[in-house]
Design a protein around this ligand. Structure first.
Ligand code: ATP
Ligand code: MG
Length: 599
């Protein structure tokens, strides 16, 4: 889990190729869209040129027949320009949205592989921006950037060529003005605004991060009177973002202004070389309007270019951020040729297993031995930070082990596919996510195909049946965001029922009683102990009540197993376990006595 380096805003960001590779495979549609765009551009120039000629010619009062072809031409160009433009938009957006869908799928698959161990390298709000905003930004490559430049260049060559055929000097003026407008102006505006353009994606990430913090932490912020400070943080980020966006927009605006100026100069220059040419008889008078007005049509296509350069810069920056997610290293690599999953009953064995979160960090697990024969139940206890959850992560292959050997039925865990391991070893986590839907849907995550009868069995094991039976909507009761409409105990029991329903051969329960008051927590532990009889189970807990029924208890401290044995043996010897046990009993006594006094 190496932290991802922030993109240095001064470095000339990611190469173009990965940007395209992210939005790969839609080259056919993209080319078609660009060709349609070229068609629309040619029609625009054709329309203006034909109309200019027709108006000039009409001023000479010729017969209607002499204007016939031009009239048809004007109609043709006017109608087809609209059709081409429509087709370009349709095909271009289609290509872009298809690519975005590809990218989203790729990013999501990546997240699935990174979760949960690799995700902390990214911050949540920022990750959200990467997934939504940065991926969206990639469409500009296909909608605003590539077509704009290709169309302007191809139509530009055609238009300049046409004018040069009529009057080479005018063609030269037009060519110089076009080159300045299409190359020099976008390049210069890009140079000027590169910093502000590039910073926008990161600033947007920061802003989202601050807003997510503000919204999610609202109760704590209100309770501690810290809302103004957090609001000020949001405002500061917002100001920074608005500032850079405004700076980028100003530069693009200046670019557009310069292009408009160049348009005027091209028109004026064409008139300056055209009028003497007409006087000298080198140019037909009716063509003067054509060479003077054609630049107007071309420069209309050139106007979006400064904006497109900026969009390109943003696309590159966003692509870099998306690629950081896509290219993030796998936290746990599957073996190149993984072994097949042994058939049960499953026997899990750890011999001297050590693990750490990153190279150079201290060992979070240090030479742990564990023997979990089928049907055996082991409790893992120990102070906070002892490595209990780390052990669970290693078993689920969310975190690789460094030394020692972990085997499932004699096959090394590292030789199995992570996904296969997780079909055998299931985890009910400390803070398992409860989805904002009904109780039923939350349970079905454990087993999509479960019948209502199976749901009720699982609920019974988690001691939720009587509560659910009393609910007017029963299993269809919505639980609210993060299970907000449930009590802490009900939420934990729902997570348990989900794990029971999934029916993993080996079940790891990480602190089912966490965040609950002592009595509720102990009742829950007792129910868990009763419900897992005969099932291979690892129960992680920091409370010791109810552990007498476990086959073995491991006390972890600083990643090492400092004590092991049955509950009865451990309370009898001096050590962390006996001390903790006495403390729990003592607190229990005080609570009972206090309750008696105030009764
Ligand atoms: N994602 C992580 N990245 C880096 N270090 C971590 C990570 N998670 C845990 N650690 C560190 O590993 C050690 C063991 O943590 P672990 O979460 O396993 O403790 P625990 O025994 O489950 O504690 P608790 O009872 O508070 O849940 C701690 O020192 C912790 O700071
Ligand atoms: Mg833990």
């Amino acid at each position: 889990m190496t932290p991802v380096a922030a993109v240095d805003p001064r470095t000339p960001v990611a190469p173009v190729r990965p940007t395209f590779s992210l939005a790969h495979a839609r080259v056919g549609r993209l080319t078609l869209a660009t060709l349609l765009g070229v068609g629309a551009g040619v029609c625009a120039v054709g329309l203006l040129a034909t109309s200019a000629w027709m108006i000039s010619r009409a001023s000479q009062h010729p017969s209607i027949a002499a204007l016939g072809v031009a009239v048809v031409g004007v109609r043709f160009f006017a109608l087809s320009r609209g059709l081409f433009r429509y087709g370009e938009r349709l095909v271009g957006h289609d290509a872009a949205f298809r690519s975005l869908a590809d990218v989203r799928v790729r990013v999501y698959e990546r997240l699935e592989r990174l979760a949960p161990a690799g995700l902390p390298a990214f911050r949540r709000g920022d990750l959200l921006t990467r997934l939504v905003r940065d991926v969206d930004q990639l469409q500009d490559l296909m909608i605003r950037v590539v077509p704009a430049f290709t169309v302007a260049a191809l139509v530009g060559v055609a238009a300049v060529g046409m004018v040069a055929l009529m009057l080479p000097a005018a063609g030269l003026v037009f060519a110089v003005a076009s080159l300045l407008a299409m190359v020099a102006v976008p390049y210069l505006t890009h140079r000027l605004a590169r910093r502000s353009e590039g910073r926008q994606a990161e600033l947007r990430g920061e802003l989202t991060l601050a807003i997510v913090d503000l919204v999610e932490g609202a109760p704590e912020l209100v309770a501690n009177g810290a809302v103004p400070a957090q609001l000020a943080r949001v405002r500061a980020h917002d100001r920074a973002l608005t500032g850079t966006a405004a700076a980028a927009a100003r530069t693009a605006g200046v670019g557009t202004g310069v292009i408009t100026l160049l348009t005027g100069l091209a028109v004026w220059g064409a008139a300056v070389v055209g009028i003497p040419a007409v006087a000298a008889g080198r140019l037909d008078g009716t063509l003067l309007a054509v060479i003077v007005l054609t630049p107007l049509a071309l420069f209309e296509l050139v106007l979006p270019l400064p904006g497109a350069t900026q969009a390109f810069e943003q696309v590159r920056r966003s692509a870099t951020r998306v690629l950081e997610v896509v290219d993030a290293p796998d936290p746990v690599l599957d073996a190149p040729s993984p072994r097949e999953l042994p058939t049960g009953p499953h026997h899990l064995v750890l011999r001297g297993v050590s693990a750490r979160y990153a190279p150079g960090r201290p060992l979070a697990l240090d030479a742990v031995d564990l023997d979990l024969a089928p049907g055996r139940r082991v409790a893992i206890v120990g102070p906070s930070g002892a490595g209990k959850s780390t052990l669970a992560r290693v078993l689920l292959r969310f975190l690789p082990y460094e030394t020692g050997l972990a085997t499932l039925d004699g096959v090394g865990l590292a030789d199995l596919r992570g996904a296969d391991v997780r079909r055998v070893i299931g985890l009910a986590e400390q803070d398992a996510h409860v989805f904002d839907t009904t109780l039923r849907e939350n349970l079905l995550i454990g087993d999509r195909a479960a019948t209502d009868a199976a749901l009720h069995v699982a609920l019974g094991r988690a001691r939720l049946s009587s509560w659910i039976d009393e609910l007017p909507l029963g299993l269809d009761t919505p639980v609210g965001e993060h299970g907000a409409r449930l009590s802490g105990g009900q939420r934990q029991r729902l997570t348990l029922a989900r794990a029971f329903l999934a029916d993993f051969p080996v079940l790891v329960l990480d602190e089912p009683g966490e965040h609950l008051d002592t009595a509720t927590g102990d009742a829950l532990t007792a129910d868990v102990v009763a419900a897992t009889t005969g099932h291979t189970t690892i129960l992680i807990t920091h409370r010791l009540a109810g552990l007498a029924a476990m086959d073995e208890v491991l006390v972890l401290d600083g990643g090492r197993v400092v004590q092991r044995g049955r509950h009865a043996e451990l309370v009898a010897v001096d050590g962390w376990y006996a001390r903790q046990w006495q403390r729990e009993q003592g607190v229990g006594e005080i609570v009972t006595r206090a309750a008696g006094r105030y009764r």
